[in-house]
Write a protein that binds this ligand. Sequence first.
Ligand code: HEM
Length: 411
Amino acid sequence: MTRTGRIEALEDYHRYCAGGLTDPYPLFHRLRSEDPVHWCEPLNGWLVTRHDDVLAGLRDPRLASDRISLSMNAMPEPLRTQMCPLGNHVSNWLGFTDPPKHTRMRALIMKVFTPRLAEEMSPRIAEIATGLLDRALCGGEMDFMGGFAFPLPASVICEILGIPMDYQARFRRWAEDMLLFAGAVGPSIAKVAVPAHKSFVELTGYFRELTLQRRRDPRPDLLSALAAVEDEEGGLSEAELMGLSVFLFIAGHETTVSLLGNGLLALLNHPDELTRLRREPGLMASAVEEFLRYESPIQIATRRPIEDLAMREKRIRRGQTVVLMLGAANRDPERFPEPDRLDIGRPENKHTAFGWGSHFCLGAPLARIETQIALRLLLDRAPTIQRIGEAPQWRADNNLRSLRRLDINVS
Ligand code: HEM
């Protein structure tokens, strides 16, 4: 049997391809050591798992981010035609564009979405987190995901954009459905496309209305600033404005939710590291980097080669799907000694959880500050935190690594 054949004989391999592998890291180790650039038939794409290859892939201009065609082509007719409006919309998300469109749109958003914004938001983040904890701590028991990890980043991104928080349940469904669609690889996309289309229609309808209001009556928020840019020469088309604001809304919702849950779970599973963090609160920034590496919220970055190329002697054809496995790269023993060990003081933690290069995450400063503030407040106010109930459940999603629930007792 070939080396690749052995991997394909693994049950975990097929569970992973079906999107339901709770602990993917043993499989990632096998892939990385036995077939680091692996053709995956069920996902119809190349899985790249070594840290140096992933990094090189993120920097390689021959690997395009404009990849919605891969998703559209994975759907049968008539579904593909029905999903065209959704595909056109996602092709205007910043993370799905390439130069020169990407350069122009990124420059515009960087004018308004600056790293300083994160610093300026800090007092407000602490205020929102404190309010949520007041409620949670008086109950004693809580689902950390629903009671804290979701409402905190959701409130923060809504405030930045200038969106009233009165539609929370709908917001969550919209963000989840759209991210599932955008992150799907291969034929599994057909399963998530219809709910994503419904959410897309509702979400863009809502944003369109809000943008019109902000144009009539501008406020000191990001949506008003973007609406003003739309009108400038060389600014944004209506579709681009919608793509940018919806993408920020979704990126701001689900990713930090995941980081908060993954970080707390990692600490609860490693009581020595939790005690260490309580004793040395100065380690918080480094701990958050370790959570990002150890359980990366965004596990993959998908790319479309614009020409034939070679990677570790594998011939990759133009137009095939290339999946840069961020979560696997971040457990590469060649880059991170003892990669499966949580070490909140890990030196040299150059993870790829926020991507790399021209598409490096614009929300990284905000996500870092939010998580540091939120976990600091939680640890300060809850001297004991215990997991209760059933084992925490991961979402069935190979892109977003996030918990459904995390039941805890706080006192
Ligand atoms: C823990 C939280 C977060 C993680 C792990 C994360 C992860 C990522 C990753 C991996 C990419 C690169 C994708 C690629 O190269 O294909 C990215 C891009 C991006 N992220 Fe984040 N993100 C987080 C939070 C946020 C937040 C809070 C925002 C904004 C509110 C945000 C906005 C963006 C934007 C606009 C891009 C696209 C940049 C570009 O294409 O030029 N992210 N993020």
